[in-house]
Design a protein around this ligand. Structure first.
Ligand code: GLC
Length: 590
């Protein structure tokens, strides 16, 4: 609790700063005090809010949205952006990013497997260490807040955010989500449990706008919502002591989460005792009925403490001022939200100036590369092996398919841009699958080529299939086949060529969710699911050549058809006939 004396000190201190000298200042009037507090309850996006705006609108927070990075995308470039805001701020801003699998906006950062791969690894200590490593790389750039982890317990893998989820199982989500938060916050970076609540169970076809699933409606009874979807938040608060929670765009039984006083105030803050700050999602309150005035009143009175208003930050402050003066938002509600924001800032060392960025050397350090490589190896799931794995290091290998040499496809969405990248030019630090193979066979008398004309000179074909990158509703899929939604166009040619040869075929699928493979599986001698593994493909060859064994298990049920709304292992109405590989399945070397 920021005591009142501290508030007046901060305000008095700010008056000195504004006037530039320690002279007797006239008492601050109520309106200025109120505007100062309300400004703390609004977050803008860096592209629409300059460091000059701070003096008239001292906002509580600034964010970089997906792909919003400084022109000078280096540690010094990031630090400069944040420092420019701080130097004009009487109360330091808290700067937030989506570092959902490493500091994925920063050039040269370690890109860890997306959460779905970590769910396959299902190793709490590993995830905690990834939270620490991610926190250090985020901190090195001067950033204080990471909008991660997603605690969605995804039930329909056609959702474009499936890969941001650890699993269909709430126990895995709870354990890994809390471990990540513990790691992240242990190095001074605020975590975010998101998106509250039940964002992973929206019904196919109820998506917002053009989306099929994303931002849709979760239609469940309260008992199941509490047992499955609220449970990870209980763990995030009790085990992870999470500092922030982000509200979901979605609805529960037709009620928009951003207007749900019951779930945000009565349950999250009341029953669960959450003492941190609740932030809205990106302009999410604009999906509420009525004018901006009515949307702000509804969201703040539901219990939102900070509005993520990337563009309408000025209107939001001014409108909230009017709503308080009209009595539509109480001063007690403003004070509660303000205190929550200040408590988070105090815990991050922003009030007493103790926040200290990690040194630049942590970025893509050898320790972090090794950690990511370990995570990749543990995330792989072996689903078929007709005695062709492990590979011999002396083998002559033909590596084909869009996933062969493409760090962008290996990383997926939320990487250097909101929707992700393809190719390698944004990933100078990455070890692609091709590079990883070359590093092994090159030293053991083997070879790897991508030239299909050499098919008669190789021992084995490695077929590297891939999804195109996507994020959020853009990734919503209706056709999960290998030629379906969001699959890379190069897959079909590679699949057909592999089938035409008489060589053994090892298929590796890089994707953010299971895809339909029932028809093609018979043509493959081995099949490995690699999820979206990021920048360290050496973790794949560590296992393919037998230096490590497979340990990964499916964190999601694997479907036979694209009707994936009743395949989850926790669905009481599960359609077992539509499950090809069960949740928890994964082979190992004998
Ligand atoms: C997005 C996402 C959320 C993210 C936020 C800021 O719309 O829903 O997960 O943290 O905006 O980028």
């Amino acid at each position: 609790m920021i005591t009142r004396y501290k508030q007046y000190f901060l305000l008095f201190f700010s008056c000195i700063l504004i006037s530039g000298c320690a002279v007797e200042q006239p008492p601050v009037n109520e309106d200025e005090m109120l505007k100062s507090k309300i400004s703390q309850l609004v977050q803008a996006e860096r592209n629409n809010f300059t460091s000059q705006n701070v003096s008239s609108y001292p906002l509580g927070s600034v964010l970089s949205g997906g792909g919003s990075q400084p022109a000078n995308n280096s540690v010094s470039g990031w630090r400069q952006v944040i420092e420019d805001y701080q130097k004009n701020s009487t109360i330091p801003v808290i700067y937030g990013v989506d570092a959902v699998h490493g500091h994925n906006n920063l050039s040269g950062a370690t890109i860890f497997p997306h959460n779905i791969g970590l769910g396959a690894a299902n190793d709490e200590d590993l995830v905690r260490r990834i939270g620490v490593a991610t926190g250090k790389e985020v901190s090195a750039t001067g950033v204080h807040w990471n909008f991660a982890p997603v605690l969605a317990v995804v039930q329909d893998i056609r959702w474009g955010r499936t890969y941001e989820s650890f699993s269909e199982d709430p126990l895995i989500v709870s354990r890994l989500g809390s471990a990540y938060i513990q790691g992240l916050q242990s190095v001074g970076i605020a975590g975010t449990a998101k998106h509250f609540l039940a964002d992973g169970a929206t019904v196919f076809g109820t998506g917002s706008g053009n989306y099929l699933v994303d931002q849709g409606d979760t239609q469940l009874d309260e008992e199941e919502i509490r047992r499955v979807h609220l449970y990870p938040y209980l763990a995030a608060i009790n085990e992870g002591d999470v500092l922030t929670v982000m509200v979901s765009f979605s609805s529960i039984n037709g009620e928009k989460m951003h207007a749900s006083k019951y779930w945000i105030t009565d349950v999250l803050k009341g029953e669960l005792g959450f003492k941190g700050l609740v932030i809205s999602d990106w302009e999410a309150i604009h999906q509420l009925p009525g004018s901006l005035y009515q949307q702000i009143v509804a969201a703040m009175n539901a219990g939102v403490d900070m509005l993520m208003e990337p563009v309408k930050w000025k209107e939001s402050v001014d409108t909230m001022m009017r709503a308080v003066k009209n009595g539509d938002i109480s001063k007690e509600r403003i004070e509660d939200a303000y205190q929550r924001v200040m408590v988070v800032k105090e815990k991050l060392g922003l009030i007493d100036g103790s926040f200290e960025a990690y040194e630049e050397s942590v970025i893509h350090s050898q320790e972090h590369q090794d950690l990511a490589r370990e995570a990749v190896a543990k995330s792989l799931v072996l689903l078929k092996n007709s005695n062709v794995l492990p590979l011999k290091k002396s083998a002559k290998i033909l590596l084909i398919g869009p996933g062969a040499d493409n760090a962008g496809l290996a990383s997926g969405g939320w990487t250097f841009s909101w929707q992700g990248e393809t190719g390698n030019d944004k990933f100078p630090q990455a070890t692609t699958l091709k590079k990883a193979f070359e590093a092994v066979v090159g030293q053991n008398g083997g070879s790897v080529t991508t030239d299909i004309s050499l098919i008669n000179e190789v021992d084995i074909v490695v077929l590297a299939l891939a999804e195109n990158p996507y994020a959020e509703g853009v990734g919503d899929a209706s056709d999960l086949s290998l030629a379906g939604s969001l699959m890379h166009p190069g897959n079909k040619e590679a699949i057909d060529f592999a089938k035409s040869t008489k060589k053994p075929v090892v298929t590796i699928l890089t994707a953010g969710r299971p895809r339909l493979i029932s028809d093609e599986l018979k043509d493959w001698d081995a099949f490995v699911m690699a999820w979206l593994y990021g920048s360290e493909a050496s973790g794949i060859t560590d296992v393919l050549f037998g230096d490590l064994n497979f340990t990964g298990k499916l964190p999601f049920s694997w479907p036979k058809t694209s009707n994936t709304d009743t395949i989850s292992s926790i669905d009481p109405d599960r359609d077992e006939s539509n499950v090809l590989f069960d949740f928890g399945f994964g082979l190992r070397y004998e």
